[in-house]
Write a protein that binds this ligand. Structure first.
Ligand SMILES: [Zn+2]
Length: 208
């Protein structure tokens, strides 16, 4: 093998982690896996950031097949007019094909994607990253440059507004079969907050 094509093995902990998954998750409930192989019926879609510190399934305690997950830089839902097929097709599949009943858009603290958004036009970074975070420019409307956390939260609310531009989402919400949620995850505390659109306020996720 030439040096150019050589690659290192995965860290052993991940190989061991997969062995543990087979020995525990699979071995304890092979019927679940057979069932999952025949189809999926998640009730919730999660649109979150790619950040390694914000694992949707872990944070919500979701099992296999329970969460339909879409992750991208800065948890962005491009405006419908952008005609961005990756996010658009996932939303359509979740809402029209799988009939999810909830969509969560979740932002988080210390978000590198939102930091890039805050620096658009001021700092230079990868052109692909620039063109992606430009979809979130509407979130900058009230940003005065002082608080990245405020922008992270505004970005979540802005993305949920974009979500409602998608006809399948708007129809499902109007018919009362789909609810949209704006979440914010505080990495240092491990806690989720939820945005109340009427009170325009955030509070920790709790039983109602
Ligand atoms: Zn992020």
């Amino acid at each position: 093998m030439s040096e150019k094509n050589s690659s290192k093995s995965l860290p052993l902990s991940f190989v061991e982690g997969h062995e543990k998954f087979l020995e525990s998750d699979y071995a304890k409930n092979p019927a679940l896996f057979a069932d999952l192989a025949s189809g999926q019926s998640p009730k919730v879609m999660w649109i979150g950031c790619v950040d390694s510190r914000v694992p949707a399934e872990r944070i919500l305690g979701a099992g296999l097949g329970q969460l339909f997950v879409l992750r991208n830089v800065a948890n962005i839902v491009p405006p419908l007019a952008a005609d961005e097929a990756s996010v658009g097709s996932a939303i359509w599949f979740a809402v029209d094909a799988l009939k999810v009943e909830h969509i969560i858009v979740c932002g988080h603290s210390n978000c590198g994607g939102v930091k890039a958004l805050s620096q658009l036009g001021k700092a230079s970074f990868d052109p692909m990253l620039s063109s992606w975070v430009e979809y979130a420019i509407p979130a900058l409307e009230d940003f005065d440059g002082s608080s990245l956390e405020d922008l992270e939260r505004a970005n979540v609310v802005s993305q949920t507004e974009h979500l409602l531009e998608y006809p399948c989402v708007a129809d499902a919400v109007a018919e009362g079969r789909l609810s949209i949620h704006s979440f914010y995850y505080e990495i240092g505390k491990g806690k989720l907050e939820q945005y109340d659109t009427e009170k325009k306020a955030w509070s920790y996720l709790a039983r109602s």
